[in-house]
Ligand binder design. Structure first.
Ligand code: F6P
Length: 321
């Protein structure tokens, strides 16, 4: 293999740039040219790709977002779109592809593999919902960003005897919410998985008020059955003691410089992905299992969602007293 391509796809995640840099430099180490596909599958279909030199990936290790950019694309989900993508790769003499992204992006990678294109995936999504890997690129940074916000909110909450509803990202998976709850000292956590009702939240916050707490935090995952504004209005009407305020962290959670953990994770995964591709592997995702990196079939990783360890829900509850 003499020429491969790399793309970042789906929602951006801090550490994607570190992974691109690692792929390019690992390729150069093995005398393989690495092309960068801009704007993910949309760029692939447009044939928008160019050689990445070592200098072009200088100074990006610490940058959030993705220098290759990303885009959501419907056309590539169709068999015709996939054929067109394969054709664009042939036109550019690309012999293998590394896809860095979340579950939807990895499903696209699996499709290319099924067409006979050698493909390796790298999991990157702040949600930590990708099956097969303990963690994905961007999760640690996003969690630290959330904790920074929760800590700040508690300062102001305590000063005013207020309860805050903090809405965090996680469309189908409440990992960020549950971890933010445990590590940010929240009174209660609501996720798509745990089925906590608005009445239960009201009771828990009211209880905290009666026990003499000067602040309370409820962390709500965006994928929960009700949204932050609805919950905040409900709590206000319940007169639980605390004044209620709402903060939706939104896309602030996706940006920012990757943590040391994410830089290392992305760097190791990038180098390993190149090694896998050059050793003839295809249709696999780099997974972190314990302290090791292993190849996992993309088919398995994209056909189910990673579940939160039930112990974390217990921890969140026990520590909220
Ligand atoms: O999958 C990552 C994620 O940040 C989710 O947590 C969130 O629901 C979604 O992306 C938001 O997507 P967009 O940036 O397209 O609004």
């Amino acid at each position: 293999m003499k020429r491969v391509a790399v793309m970042t796809s789906g929602g951006d995640a801090p550490g994607m740039n570190a992974a691109v840099r690692a792929v390019v430099r690992a390729g150069l180490d093995k005398n393989v040219e690495v092309y960068g596909i801009r704007q993910a599958y949309q760029g692939l279909l447009a044939g928008d790709m160019a050689l990445l030199t070592s200098r072009e990936v200088s100074g990006i290790l610490q940058r959030g977002g993705t220098v290759l950019q990303t885009a959501r694309n419907e056309e590539f989900k169709t068999p015709q779109g996939q054929r067109k993508g394969q054709r664009r790769l042939n036109e550019n003499a690309i012999e293998g592809v590394i896809v860095i992204g979340g579950d939807g992006s990895l499903r696209g990678a699996q499709k290319l593999h099924e067409l006979g294109v050698p493909v390796v995936g790298i999991p990157a999504s702040i949600d930590n919902d990708i099956w097969g890997t303990d963690t994905s690129i961007g999760v640690d940074t996003a969690l630290n960003t959330i904790l920074d916000a929760v800590d700040r909110l508690r300062d102001t909450a305590t000063s005013h005897n207020r309860a805050f509803v903090v809405e965090v990202m996680g469309r189908d998976c409440g990992y960020l919410a549950v971890m933010a709850g445990i590590l940010g000292g929240a009174e209660i956590v609501v996720t798509p998985e745990n089925g906590v009702t608005m009445n239960e939240i009201a009771s828990s916050l009211e209880d905290a008020y009666i026990r003499g707490k000067t602040h309370a935090i409820a962390v709500l995952a965006e994928g929960a059955p009700y949204q932050g504004p609805e919950l905040a209005r409900f709590l206000e009407q319940k007169h639980i003691g605390f004044e209620i305020r709402l903060t939706i962290l939104g896309h602030t959670q996706r940006g920012g410089s990757p943590t040391a953990f994410d830089r290392l994770l992305a760097t190791r995964m990038g180098v390993y992905a190149v090694e896998l591709l050059l050793s003839g592997e295809s249709g696999v995702m780099v997974a972190r299992v314990g302290r090791e990196q292993v190849p996992m079939p993309l088919k398995d990783c994209t056909s189910r969602t990673r579940q939160i360890t039930p112990e974390y829900f217990d921890l969140a509850r026990i520590l909220s007293r």
